[in-house]
Each structure stands twice: as structure tokens, then as C-alpha cells.
Design a protein around this ligand. Structure first.
Ligand code: HPA
Length: 355
């Protein structure tokens, strides 16, 4: 990456390329420059300035790394330049998107005829740095539904800006995804909860977003949604009902909960005073993901189901003798409940057609 301060030469929206396996600016708008060769890229001297139509015509002829997208002053070269590139990996166009939370990547293993694309094979796609997040896009059929699964998600605490954390949601939207199932590991704040509970998310408090880390900050890209999107029905009522009924049918009644998820940027776990504060805010569980993705997905009018696995209970008393949460406990609980969650998500997927 290098810094560019020049004004955009041409502004095109990404759909012009018809390629979705490519990152995008937070506005969805990019400057496109064609360089003579890769060595030229950091020096902002495009050898050729081309029109949008020319880009469209060129797209199937371009080699990987031929196109550089200049986004908000950053120059990033992406590898996938045309729909033909995407088709090299998969021709499946999913309608269901799934994001696997910490230790819950096994959901992707349920996909039939799976095509796995490691993030690191997509030039410019951010890497997953967290244990328990494999870092693959998995395309396949889940209970017969065309699905794309993020086996490993991106978090603010990894240092990614909010727009980049949520970039895969817009990628999914461009691929044709209509319904998004977001899973996560979370700490239980509600004292009727216990470790291992499955919480259907009925709403969220995007505390990190309220503090400025909102992925929609910046120029609005009307193509995806309005400037001031509505969040009153962020977590779809029908999907929640479907999830509840399915969980009960599968016999998960004892550890089935419904509640409000609160998003913090992390990476540290909460102090007892913070935990008491979050509880007073009306949150039932706290975690370091999900809300940014949901905000961007709702902006783009996707239907969303959120499922939290309560991997630990947070500590609300100072000087407590209880063992404080750590990533090991989170992963152990995720492993303990992984099969249940996989079955739940798979069964829900199979019933989506009835929605
Ligand atoms: N706090 C924040 N995030 C989490 C927790 C927690 O206790 N458990 C899993 N993710």
C-alpha cells in the first residue's frame, strides 16, 4: 500500500467490473488507474487513463494485478479483476451468507460441493489473524441452499477500519445474498444465562459504532442503501421465530435464550465496572463483532439472523475469585457446542425457502 493524494481520475462503481471478489472502498467508489507494470504502482503515474466503458471492455482481458484501486488516499492492488476470475473459483451465486464466529468455523464444513477460497489467495483481501478463524470463503450448498460462508471474520481489534471489516458483506450483496446468518461468541451479562447457552439476537447496541467506529461513516453509496438507514428491525422477526422453533424442535430448549448483543471493539475483555455498565445499558451479552456487519447488511436490505454462543459469563464483581474469561475458555465452549450450532444453522437454512 502507498499513499496517494491525487484527485480521482475516473470514478467507477465496482459493478462495472461485474467482479465481486475484490475489495472496495467504503463508499463503493474507486479510482482506477492502469499502470505499465507493477513497479509503477506506488508512483501515481498511470500509463493510461481509461473510460468506464473501456474498463468494461477490457475486463476479460486484464491480468491479475493489472488494476489498482485507489481508495480514500490508499492505493491497493487487487488480484481479481473480472467475473472470469471469480468463475475460475466458483460459478455458484449464493443467496445465503453465513459468518462463522470464533471456533464456529465448522458450520462451513456442512456445505456440500464446497469450493474453498483462502482469503490470502484473493489479493487485497484482509487476513484473519485470530486463532479459531480459518480465513476462507467457502461456497457450496447448505441443505440445498446456495451459500457463501466466511470461515473466519474480520474484527476492529485486528486493526482493520470498520469499512474493511464489513467489506465482505457488500461483496456478498453484489453476489446476490439476500439472507445473512451471523454467528458469534459472546460473554453472558444476563445472570439468568449460563456458559454454553445459545442466544438468538433480538437487537444490538453498537457501542463501538456509537463511539464513532460505524462502518457507514463517510460518503454514502446509494447503490447499497440510503444515507440514514433504519435499524428498528435489524434482526428479522420471522427469522428469529424460525430459529426459536427450530432450536426447540432440535431439543436445545434448556440452553436457548433470546437477548440483546452489545458490541465493543475489544480486544481486552471488560473490567467488572464496564460489565456492570453494559448490563445497565440493557445488554444480555457482549462481544467484539457482529454489529458492524449487521449495520452494513441492513443498509443493503438483507434479512438477518444473529446467533450468539455464550462462551463465558462476564465478571461483574470487583475482587471476584471467579476465573476471568480468556480466549481458551471461549474456544473450549465453542468446541463443546459447535455441533449443536452447526445443526441449528443447517436446519434453519433448509427452511428458509418457506420464509
Ligand atoms: N467479552 C467480550 N467479547 C467476548 C467475550 C466477553 O466476555 N466472550 C467472547 N467474546
Amino acid at each position: 500500500m502507498s499513499t496517494s493524494t491525487a484527485e480521482p481520475l475516473i470514478v467507477v462503481d465496482l459493478e462495472t467490473f461485474g467482479c465481486v471478489l475484490r475489495s472496495e472502498s467504503r463508499t463503493g467508489l474507486c479510482r482506477i488507474e492502469i499502470y505499465k507494470d507493477e513497479d509503477d504502482v506506488p508512483r501515481k503515474n498511470p500509463s493510461k487513463i481509461i473510460s468506464v466503458e473501456q474498463v468494461s471492455n477490457l475486463q476479460t482481458n486484464l491480468e491479475r494485478k493489472d488494476i489498482t484501486l485507489c481508495m480514500f488516499g490508499e492505493t491497493v492492488t487487487f488480484g481479481c479483476t473480472s467475473r472470469a476470475d471469480l468463475d475460475d473459483w466458483t460459478t455458484l451465486r449464493p443467496t445465503l451468507g453465513i459468518i462463522c464466529g470464533s471456533g464456529l468455523g465448522g458450520i462451513a464444513d456442512e456445505l456440500e460441493s464446497a469450493q474453498v477460497i483462502p482469503y490470502h489467495e484473493i489479493d487485497g483481501f484482509p487476513e484473519c489473524t485470530v486463532p479459531g478463524h480459518a480465513g476462507n470463503l467457502v461456497f457450496g450448498l447448505l441443505s440445498g441452499v446456495r451459500t457463501i460462508c466466511m470461515q473466519g471474520r474480520l474484527h476492529l481489534y485486528e486493526g482493520h477500519p470498520a469499512w474493511l471489516v464489513t467489506m465482505p458483506i457488500r461483496m456478498m450483496k453484489l453476489l446476490g445474498v439476500k439472507t445473512l446468518i451471523v454467528t458469534n461468541a459472546a460473554g453472558g451479562l444476563n445472570d439468568t444465562f449460563t456458559r454454553g447457552d445459545i442466544m438468538i439476537v433480538k437487537d444490538h447496541i453498537n457501542l463501538a459504532g456509537m463511539a464513532g467506529l460505524n462502518p457507514l461513516v463517510g460518503p454514502n453509496e446509494e447503490k447499497f442503501g440510503p444515507r440514514f438507514p433504519n435499524m428498528t428491525t435489524a434482526y428479522d422477526r420471522d427469522l428469529r421465530k424460525l430459529a426459536r422453533e427450530t432450536a426447540i424442535e432440535l431439543g436445545f430448549t434448556d440452553h436457548l435464550k433470546e437477548g440483546v448483543y452489545l458490541h465493543l471493539s475489544g480486544p481486552n475483555y471488560e473490567t467488572p465496572s464496564e460489565s456492570r455498565f453494559l448490563r445497565m445499558c440493557g445488554a444480555d451479552a457482549v462481544g467484539m463483532s457482529t454489529a458492524p456487519e449487521v449495520v452494513v447488511a441492513r443498509h443493503a436490505e438483507m434479512k438477518i439472523l444473529g446467533i450468539s454462543l455464550i462462551t463465558n459469563m462476564v465478571i461483574t464483581e470487583n475482587d471476584s475469585d471467579k476465573t476471568p474469561p480468556d480466549h481458551k475458555e471461549v474456544m473450549e465452549t465453542a468446541t463443546m457446542r459447535a455441533k449443536n450450532l452447526q445443526l441449528l444453522v443447517k436446519t434453519i437454512a433448509g427452511r428458509l425457502q418457506d420464509q
